[in-house]
Write a protein that binds this ligand. Sequence first.
Ligand code: S5P
Length: 264
Amino acid sequence: MKAEDAWGPRWVNCAHPLSHEFMRVACEKESLVVLAADLPTVDGIVQLIEDVGEFVCALKTHVDMVEGFNMEDWSKVVDAARSKGMLLFEDRKFADIGRVAQTQMGGLYDIRSWADLVTSHSISGPDVVDGVAAAWDEVERIGGILLLAQMSSSGNLLAEGYTESTLEIGNASPHVLGYIGNGSSVSELEGLRSKVGEGRMIWTPGVNLSSEEGVLGQRYGHPAEAVLAGSDAIIVGSGIHKSEDPFSSAREYASASWGALLER
Ligand code: S5P
């Protein structure tokens, strides 16, 4: 299916080139799945990519979760993800002043050299976005930022006014590809979508096909409902990597999310 037909106004109105890259991959794989590969070893992540990569559009990592990290090993993850046609998305949740975020994009993990996308909080103000973007400039790479406008964890402090201020920061920057929204709440997501409009993406964690309460305050909603409420990508961790059959689970998340996009 042609991307503009599947995505409609989102394809036309999103300006960031990586949003189009994501939408194109989604159409190729018929899936809106972003895999949260929350595993502690490179071998485990590479195996997971091999197992479910055909259903996954972007690989979301927490690079500081990996035991005994070194860049040489990490390149196996990067190569595996690229060979399966995935975007690389480091969920770093930057939250410091601009200058520090810029340096944190380098350092041990050298996120700027391999990540296409990163998350950032907006708590420190707009300069964090410029700091992250400056780091990609240094290595002459294009990257996109997803700002946390909502969270899925219960009791989080991202109240409505905070969400609105976050959108002001994001809408003012060409580097902000979109927002993290709360996939566990249809009403919160619908509210977020109406404020965001068509020009930015909303990606949602807090989705699971089984509605059991997640551990440690994580909340879950149904992936199809999240997409119908305005989510453009479902971020799935446990639902896939904790499954007894990750391949079949990933396929189910892909078809639930893709079906909902076409319905939308
Ligand atoms: O509000 C949020 C934002 C994020 S990025 N809630 C989240 O759960 N996340 C991330 O999504 C979290 O860091 C984890 O990697 C993933 C959800 O994992 P799951 O196992 O609950 O599906």
